[in-house]
Design a protein around this ligand. Sequence first.
Ligand code: FES
Length: 145
Amino acid sequence: MENYEPEIVAFCCHYCAYTAADMAGSKRISYPSNVKIIRVPCTGKVDAIHIMKALEKGADGVYVAGCLEGDCHFKTGNTRAKHRVDRVKKILEDLGWEADRVAMVNMSAGMGERFAKTALEFTEKIKNLGPNPVKQTKSETQAAS
Ligand code: FES
């Protein structure tokens, strides 16, 4: 577990978090390479099934990064995304998984530092939780056969 490097998927809104990631890059602020960014036109396009699919495919943690509250270019995309993330958290709890494997964060395009800090903190949190239970089950099944 010491060398465990989590795989993290970040659904990032084109208008804010994705631009903030660019900003972090141009300011040479590093963040963990564990975070794989998927650019979306608005977090309102991220459905619960996308988050669940990422976890099913082996992501150890998933976060959705949208515009600041009240600043969504499509008005309510980020609030809808927050509700969906909350719904996924509830599903994970019902499955006996840690709800903290998913999160919703908000930032503006100029928040390169916040993007990097979020990536670092989320990676640390997921490291502490350990691998996705799907991976654990697969490795147990492979070891048994
Ligand atoms: Fe950024 Fe909707 S446009 S969250």
